[in-house]
Design a protein around this ligand. Structure first.
Ligand code: ASC
Length: 150
């Protein structure tokens, strides 16, 4: 009985409180992970942008697929910004770690905006996609302007 309770406590605590860095063997791996997620997200976001801006014909299924990819990926980069990942092959600015609460808030705003974009894309309406695209693009840009060096 005591063993069971102990085992359950270990499982529960590992599920609830595994530090993000434990997912990466070394800081470079975390940097690669976050960049990969942001790169794929940016690619799919751009596909939607090309349609929203009339550079390519609107295809509702393509837009919906990309918006779903973007929403899923928007949840991923953040655990790659753990302690010790400020140095290396990265354009991340020190402010990410010195203004962590503001950075987290900006990340949350982006996730909210791309979730709206995904809902819009699901309707199949170009007008809905156009209406949601601007706010999402602004949320990408705000974070890049503040937290990414050129
Ligand atoms: C993109 C992309 C971004 C955003 C940003 C919006 O297509 O890759 O990071 O749009 O440029 O301003």
């Amino acid at each position: 009985m005591r063993i069971h309770a102990f085992a359950a406590a270990i499982v529960a605590s590992s599920l609830l409180s595994t530090p993000a860095m434990a997912q990466f063997q070394k800081p470079e791996d975390a940097i690669k992970y976050r960049k990969a997620a942001l790169t794929v997200m940016g690619n799919h976001f751009s596909r939607i942008g090309a349609m929203a801006n009339g550079r390519v014909p609107f295809d509702a299924a393509v837009a919906a697929n990309s918006a779903a990819v973007v929403e899923s990926l928007s949840k991923l980069p953040w655990e790659g910004f753990g302690p010790g990942t400020d140095k290396g092959d990265t354009r991340a600015k020190a402010e990410i770690w010195t203004e962590k609460a503001k950075f987290d808030e900006a990340a949350k705003t982006m996730q909210t905006e791309v979730a709206k974009l995904n809902q819009a894309a699901k309707t199949g309406s170009l007008d809905a996609v156009k209406a949601a695209f601007g706010g999402a693009a602004q949320s990408c840009k705000a974070c890049h302007d503040a937290y990414r060096s050129n």
